[in-house]
Write a protein that binds this ligand. Structure first.
Ligand code: ADP
Ligand code: MG
Length: 240
């Protein structure tokens, strides 16, 4: 579904991604793990067009989308739930969700049934229903994260990019976020997940890539990487 080949990207003259290659097959959950500053968020931004790649290819269903404007990339079905759960604070929960469906409402993507999909998001996150008409800025951190994920889902995405969905959340909410990711996986949604909780990400993912200093260092089926001694030592708390 999504194939990244020799991707280079950075900020100004600083190259962050030094030619990375990976793929996210249709219906699968692929995770990208690695320490802080490895370039995971930059990878997500390059895929969704927020950062312009300086080289390489990003193919969505066989078509190269590298360098295309981010609005056009969204229309092609890449939904990005960004790091730091950015929501539109001065809009209601419902309006944030509607904005997620914007390319469907403007005819740039298949319209489908937007209200049925909103209902599905409310079923997935009952707390958002209770707060449907509240300003998003007044939600708790956990609720804003749910809204960021719900808004991304409202695109009816071909690929869902989730950047650190559990960041800054209390342990109980982290468990909820991972349960939701499990539900999305069961619904065959194609996902690329970046997570600080590498062990939990490897538990839920099909396949994993380990990133270090802007390059891919290891890759393999998630269960296999979980048992890889080097990966355990570096990313999973020394094998505990
Ligand atoms: N907006 C930016 N401008 C300049 N450098 C940045 C910017 N965002 C990130 N970087 C740098 O890019 C590198 C990779 O960052 P990032 O992709 O956020 O890593 P990760 O998500 O893996 O923690 C870091 O060295 C970081 O300082
Ligand atoms: Mg990051």
């Amino acid at each position: 579904m999504l194939t990244v080949t020799d991707l280079h990207a950075g900020y100004g003259k600083v190259e962050v991604l030094k030619g990375i290659s990976f793929s996210v097959p249709k219906g699968q959950l692929v995770t990208l793990i690695g320490s802080n500053g490895a370039g995971k968020t930059t990878t997500m931004r390059a895929i969704s067009g927020i950062v312009k790649p300086t080289g390489g290819r990003i193919e969505l269903a066989g078509e190269n989308i590298a360098g295309i404007d981010c609005h056009h990339i969204a229309r092609r079905g890449i939904a990005h739930s960004p790091e730091g759960r950015r929501v539109f604070a001065s809009l209601s929960v419902t309006d944030n969700l509607r904005l997620g469906a914007f390319p469907r409402l403007t005819g740039h993507r298949a319209k489908g049934d937007v209200s049925a999909d909103m209902e599905r998001v409310f079923e997935m996150f009952p707390r958002l229903r209770e707060r449907a008409f509240q300003y998003a800025g007044t939600l708790s951190g956990g609720e804003q994260q749910m809204l960021a994920m719900g808004r991304a889902l409202m695109l009816e995405p071909e690929v869902l990019l989730l950047d650190e969905p559990s960041m800054g959340l209390a342990p109980r909410l982290v468990a909820e976020v991972f349960a939701t990711i499990g539900n999305l996986k069961a619904a065959s949604i194609t996902m690329l997940l970046v997570e600080q909780f590498a062990a939990a990400a490897l538990e839920v993912a099909d396949y994993a890539y380990v990133m270090e200093n802007g390059s891919i260092r290891h890759e393999g089926p998630a269960q296999q990487l979980k048992n890889n001694a080097a990966v355990r030592a570096a990313y999973l708390g020394g094998g505990h």
